[in-house]
Design a protein around this ligand. Structure first.
Ligand code: NAP
Length: 707
């Protein structure tokens, strides 16, 4: 088995790889063989230079790109890394990770880049400022508005990561920081930092990243916080003890460094009383517990540490979990055929986990399955598969007579260790889950909707995520232990209180929300979104603000169209016949459109009124410019509200204004959202909505049409 040495793990600071001499550095061993693999310097790294480079060069190069351009780069990066996974797997094996574990880390990390890339381009504007919510009218005449905007933090995002997921843990923080436009300084954990270094090297070699957007500190870097101030943020993943030390640093307490942490967590899985042996839920529960114990040899912040099951099911659950462990687990070097669970990441880690288990046994826990001194499960037959100096450990299931024993709810054994405790009532199950003092995730496993509701509502405030498992999701669930980049990852209390992985909210987490007040024109100009009251250049009916010299906005490509361009129609009168024809042709004969007496009795209507959809359809007819042109398609409406009813004899008119223009980075067209407002003959607002269209960047396809 190849155990080639990596040498000194370098840092990447201010655009340079730095190979510190590491005579007295920390030695990193192959987790499976115990052989020396790499050395990590314990010399002082030039953190100040990294921070300065990020705040200057990194900030500048990132701000030259829009949110969409940065998001697109993440996709390019993901594709680049995807092709280079095999070399990363080879390194990952040395951390004790099996192929499946490595895929969770490496493929999972790359998947995070893909997800953030597509969510970023779908859910954010192609700009540098994000508008947060609707504007508020602050003066009677509408000339003074207030709104909120997000802009990138002015400093750096320092990311201190745990050893268990060197790739995914890094990329889940890097992706949102990068889209937000904040340079990252990554500080991986020493035992597996060589895998993170390999990924950073690939990312930099790809040539995709703007200068200064990613730097790496390989080494202890204990003085990181000394160099940060209120412009910067530090996102920490690791033990609660380290988090507590870091967050009490004066630069956090007094200096305003934004600090978030994802720390350890005694996650629970609760089995409902209905989920007895023989049910699909019982089987799914046992499977989940075994998966969480064995993937990454249980070194997962989200692993199930506490199975909370009805008293009568304690022994059946222990028996079933033990049987599955016996059948499924083959311990050994992950490079050996047939191995399903590898070593812990280091001998230190093995010592820590054993010490934690010893504490738990001393406090009243009892080993129901496994052995602390030697592997109880099958060991891969090949010689040296479980080398003497490897960090191998048997999975252990612990039984507790007293479910309230504080140690089962507080001592984290960060390895293949899980406890089973019994409950007498749902109320007690909730109490027991909450005794974890705040966790990342809990599974609620039941097919009884009442039980699910009581448990989920009861435990939600103590958890960042609740995973509801029953026969309907047993096959399709992404699993208890897998945070997904779309949803919050983090949890209250002991789990650290962070939400660093959680869709677009984690991008905004790297930005400052600022309230901005000003005129509609100024807010339009700042945000790139047309605000009511701002200037318009309307074509169409002069009576309602149109100017004959203005070109119809549907004749303009994205290159020619500006925010505020629009069209004002003339009035069109609605007759009873129109309403009745629409009712007949659509089949929508709801009484308000067909029966005078019943309609008049309705508190909202004066009598028969026009269908809202008739008015929206008419509006399209009033504003359309029908000849082929740069407008390619209408792909929807948003925020449609009907405000004033329209009766026979009333008239409507429409004003359409280009509100938001979003060119797509990858296509020859982009999206235009149009503010549409319908008025009646008395200038009362009948309806408001946004019309969504796709418009060519340049008017080429149809340039010669009809000539
Ligand atoms: P750790 O010992 O707390 O170390 C975490 C990181 O902090 C490492 O990069 C470490 O660097 C660094 N560090 C330690 N002291 C520091 C200091 N004074 N200043 C700056 N950096 C410092 O945790 P770990 O053993 O790596 O990770 C295991 C723990 O992490 C478990 O408790 C697990 O539950 C938790 N975890 C939580 C999550 C989550 O999302 N909530 C995810 C994964 C892991 P060195 O390695 O160089 O010391």
């Amino acid at each position: 088995m190849s155990t080639a040495q990596i040498g000194v793990v370098p840092s990447f600071i201010a655009g340079q790889w730095q190979n510190h001499e590491a005579h007295d550095g920390t030695q990193v061993l192959d987790a499976n063989t115990g052989e020396l693999l790499a050395t990590v310097t314990s010399e002082r790294l030039d953190v100040a230079a990294a921070v300065h480079h990020g705040r200057t060069v990194g900030q500048r190069s990132l701000s030259a790109l829009t949110l969409h351009e940065r998001a697109l780069k993440l996709k390019e990066l993901a594709m680049y890394l995807n092709e280079r996974r095999p070399e990363l797997y080879e390194l990952s094996y040395r951390t004790g990770a099996t192929k499946i574990d490595s895929m969770v880390d490496i493929d999972g990390g790359i998947g995070v880049l893909f997800t953030f890339s597509s969510k970023g381009r779908r859910e954010l504007p192609n700009a540098n400022v994000i508008l947060d919510g609707p504007s508020e009218q602050l003066s009677k005449d509408g000339s003074f508005l207030g709104t909120h905007v997000f802009t990138p933090l002015a400093g750096v995002a320092v990311q201190v990561n745990a050893f268990n997921f060197p790739v995914w843990g890094m990329l889940e923080k890097f992706a949102p920081a990068f889209i937000a436009g904040v340079p990252s300084i990554v500080k991986p954990a020493t035992p597996t930092g060589y895998v993170a270094e390999a990924v950073v090297r690939l990312m930099l070699d790809s040539g995709i990243l703007p200068e200064g957007s990613l730097q790496l500190l390989s080494g202890s870097a204990r003085d990181i916080l000394d160099h940060l101030d209120y412009r910067d943020m530090l996102a920490f993943t690791g033990s609660a003890a380290t988090a507590n030390r870091l967050k009490s640093h004066p630069n956090v307490v007094e200096g305003g460094v934004r600090f978030t942490s994802e720390t350890d967590s005694l996650n629970a899985a609760i089995l409902g009383p209905d989920a007895v042996e023989g049910t699909a839920e019982f089987d799914a529960f046992v499977k989940a517990v075994v998966t969480e114990m064995t993937v990454k040899a249980g070194q997962k912040c989200t692993a199930i540490r506490r199975s909370i099951v009805p008293q009568a099911l304690v022994e059946p659950v222990i028996a079933a979990v033990s049987e599955r462990l016996e059948q499924r687990v083959v311990l050994g070097d992950p490079r050996v055929e047939g191995v399903t669970m590898g070593a812990l990441a280091s001998l230190d880690q093995l010592r820590d986990v054993r010490a934690a288990v010893e504490d738990m046994l001393a406090a009243g826990g009892e080993i129901a399955y496994g052995r602390l001194d030697a592997p109880a499960v099958r060991v891969a037959p090949e010689k040296d598969a479980v080398a003497e100096r490897g960090a191998f450990m048997s999975p252990l299931v612990l039984r507790w007579d007293d479910p309230q024993n504080p140690v089962v709810h507080s001592r984290e054994a960060f390895g293949p260790v899980s406890s089973v405790i019994g409950y007498d009532s749902l109320e007690q199950a909730v109490e027991l889950a909450a005794m974890g003092s705040g966790s990342l995730v809990a599974t609620v496993c039941t097919n009884d909707a009442e039980v699910m509701r009581e448990l989920t509502v009861g435990i939600a405030a103590h958890h960042g995520r609740v995973h509801i498992l029953n026969r309907e999701t047993a096959r399709s669930s992404t699993g208890h232990g897998s945070p997904v980049p779309h949803l919050v990852h983090g949890g209250p209390g002991r789990a650290g209180g962070g939400e660093e992985l959680g869709g677009i909210r984690s991008v905004k987490h790297h930005m400052q929300r600022t309230a901005v007040q000003g005129s509609p024109n100024m807010l339009t100009s700042l945000t790139g979104v047309w605000h009511t009251g701002a200037d318009q250049r309307l074509a169409g009916c002069e009576r309602f603000g149109g100017q004959s010299q203005n070109v119809h906005p549907f004749r303009k490509s994205l290159a020619e169209l500006s925010i505020g361009d629009g069209f004002a129609s003339d009035l069109r009168e609605v007759t009873l016949q129109d309403i009745s024809d629409f009712a007949t042709s659509t089949g929508d004969t709801f009484y308000a459109h067909t029966q005078q007496e019943a309609a008049a009795a309705n508190p909202f209507f004066p009598g028969i009124v026009a269908h809202g959809y008739l008015l929206v359809s008419w509006a399209a007819g009033l504003f359309v410019e029908p000849a082929p042109g740069p407008v390619l398609a209408n792909y929807g409406l948003e925020n449609l509200r009907f405000i004033t009813p329209v009766a026979a004899g009333d008239s409507i008119r429409v004003t359409l204004t280009a509100k938001k223009i979003t060119p797509r980075v990858t296509d020859e067209y982009g999206e235009v959202a149009w503010d549409a407002i319908l008025h009646n003959q008395n200038d009362e607002i009948v309806a408001t909505y946004d019309v969504l269209t796709l418009v060519e960047k340049k008017d080429e396809t149809y340039a010669n049409f009809g000539q």
